[in-house]
Write a protein that binds this ligand. Structure first.
Ligand SMILES: [Zn+2]
Length: 195
């Protein structure tokens, strides 16, 4: 794991050989946040199987990253601001990227913003198709991720998001080929069959 800063966002880059659970635990245990608010730390394990985590952590177009988020946005009654961590997936829309080379560049501190220009931040979630009623585990990009991120004040809150969303080729339901209303980057296992 290494703390890096690209496109003005600071985050922890997870290498293919890292132990994700260990790294998440170290970060979360060092936080001083109200006990009952632990739910705002979004670990990867709650949504993805061990096998899926390994696939995303070492994919040809995916890596994992732990982002610091401003939890105040999610807790209006709580006046106090505090940090939380969320593990998400970086997905490169440019398939020419060589992530093994990028891993090395990050270790050598020779990476640039350009290496991440085509990378979007996405999370693993359930995706339900209202047309055929199948339910899948999917990799999805959404506004919520970009809205809660620590992004410097001079950058309009959603600038980043709109730029990224334009690069996405939204894929359709693998069963009925309809759009399902989410920016789905990849479908994984079917968890419920609508038929
Ligand atoms: Zn469908």
């Amino acid at each position: 794991m290494k703390l890096i800063k690209v496109e003005e966002i600071e985050f922890f880059y997870i290498f293919p050989e890292d132990d994700l659970i260990k790294e998440e635990t170290i970060l979360i245990n060092n936080l001083v946040i109200p006990e009952s608010q632990n739910c705002f730390n979004r670990r990867m394990g709650g949504y993805a199987s061990k096998q899926l985590i390994e696939t995303l952590q070492n994919g040809t177009d995916t890596r994992l990253a732990i982002f610091k988020v401003n939890a105040r946005l999610a807790t209006i009654p709580l006046k106090k601001e505090y940090d939380a961590y969320q593990t998400h997936c970086l997905f490169w829309t440019n398939k020419d990227i060589n992530l093994k080379e990028l891993d090395q560049k990050i270790k050598d501190d020779s990476y640039t913003d350009e290496d991440f220009r085509s990378a979007v931040i996405a999370h693993v979630q359930y995706a339900f198709c209202r047309h055929c009623r199948n339910k899948y585990i999917a990799l999805v990009c959404d506004k919520e991720i970009y809205m809660s991120m620590y992004i410097p004040k001079h950058i309009p809150l959603s600038d980043n998001y709109y730029k990224k969303i334009d690069m996405i080729k939204t894929i359709r339901c693998p069963n009925c080929n309809e759009f399902i209303g989410l920016f789905v980057l990849r479908f994984f296992d079917k968890v419920e069959d609508g038929n």
